[in-house]
Design a binder for this molecule. Structure first.
Ligand code: AMP
Ligand code: MG
Length: 337
């Protein structure tokens, strides 16, 4: 007994050291942040992720985004589902993506057509962000508008159909769809926290608080921050893609009623939702609808939003007011009415 006591004490200390070392290694592995930057979906994308599978999770986000872009959503990629749909007039939508298409159709009708995923031909006419930017002739726009409209498409939960000459364009929903697919993948991986940013759409994943900046419209840096728990955040703004001709600015968010860039008095809309698809769709729809109708649409879908108008006034839905901090004093929050 007398001989064994110091020995067992030593053993205990060794065990304690081993446990502490293991805990330390575990902590390092879970806290270490992996970053990855890439280009897909026609925009700059970045991932920051921590967790035991952090490295694999960062790669997974890239893989999911690139695959969705090239093989499913891009209307320019000859390998994609949407390319085949536009070419053949019909395509089978895999069951795993069915919900996204249903959400898009629903958002089209709930927004009174302000969100319209059939504007590919009109976007092509404007060519914004390409080498072919130009102001189209009115009769070209009218002809393209006549061929567009989500009401001309059909979806029975399996087959999607479009008439000849209509071009489905997933530009306003694709990044959000990718975020939802990434979140799904992360839920079965060992991911502690992640921030996945695909252009103007961001997934905040994991426990605790996140701070997200709202870009200064037309400037660099941020004009405000949002303090949020895990969710998705999408911003649509007229400063993102545009060209100028004869002193007039033409941007990439189109009013489906006119075929011209939307002119609702807003320069930026940020939507917060649990769903990436909805946040992406609604930020575009709200930009077209303008402040009052945009607020009503967000309420319908249970989402929160921050609107910035061309006078630098910031408007918010009620549920997000205390989560917003304006950091640039050239912007001011609208007085409550
Ligand atoms: P976002 O940057 O998410 O607002 O999406 C803008 C992109 O969606 C544009 O570059 C077009 O490809 C497409 N788009 C433009 N206007 C609309 C609209 N009213 N509804 C749906 N998609 C649109
Ligand atoms: Mg969008």
């Amino acid at each position: 007994m007398g001989i064994n006591a110091p020995r067992s004490k030593k053993l205990l200390i060794a065990l304690l050291v081993a446990v502490l070392a293991a805990a330390g290694i575990f902590l390092i592995l879970t806290q270490k942040e992996y970053s990855l930057d890439f280009m897909a979906m026609d925009t700059y994308d970045s991932v920051k992720v921590s967790g035991i599978e952090g490295k694999a999770a960062a790669e997974k986000a890239r893989e999911i985004t690139e695959n969705l872009d090239v093989n499913v959503l891009s209307r320019h990629s000859e390998k994609s589902l949407i390319y085949a749909l536009n070419r053949d007039g019909r395509a089978e939508i895999p069951a795993e993506y069915g919900q996204y298409f249903s959400t898009m159709i629903d958002a089209c009708s709930e927004s009174g057509g302000a969100f319209d995923f059939t504007l590919g031909k009109i976007s092509d006419l404007w060519g914004i962000g390409t080498d072919n930017e130009r102001v189209p002739e009115e009769d070209e726009i009218k002809a393209a508008l006549d061929k567009s409209g989500a009401d001309k498409t059909g979806y029975d939960g399996g087959t999607f159909t479009v008439p000849e000459g209509l071009s489905v364009d997933m530009g306003a929903a694709g990044k959000g769809i990718a975020l939802d697919e990434i979140r799904k993948a992360y839920s079965s991986m060992s991911v502690r926290r992640a921030v996945v940013s695909l252009g103007g759409s961001i997934l905040l994943y994991g426990k605790g608080d996140f701070t997200v900046g709202i870009q200064t419209p037309g400037g660099s840096g941020y004009m405000a921050v949002l303090n949020l728990k895990q969710c998705c955040v999408s911003t649509s703004g007229s400063y993102e893609r545009y060209f100028e001709k004869d002193g007039v600015r033409y941007h990439h968010i189109l009013d489906p009623e006119t075929g011209y860039p939307a002119d609702s008095g807003l320069v930026s809309v940020t939507v917060v939702s649990d769903s990436g698809t909805l946040s992406d769709i609604l930020s575009t729809a709200c930009f077209v609808l303008g402040l009052e109708n945009g607020k009503a649409l967000c309420e319908k879908f249970g989402c929160e939003a921050v609107f910035i108008d061309s006078e630098n006034t910031v408007h918010v839905t009620d549920g997000i007011k205390d989560k917003l901090e304006i950091t640039d004093d050239t912007y001011r929050l609208e007085e409550s009415r």
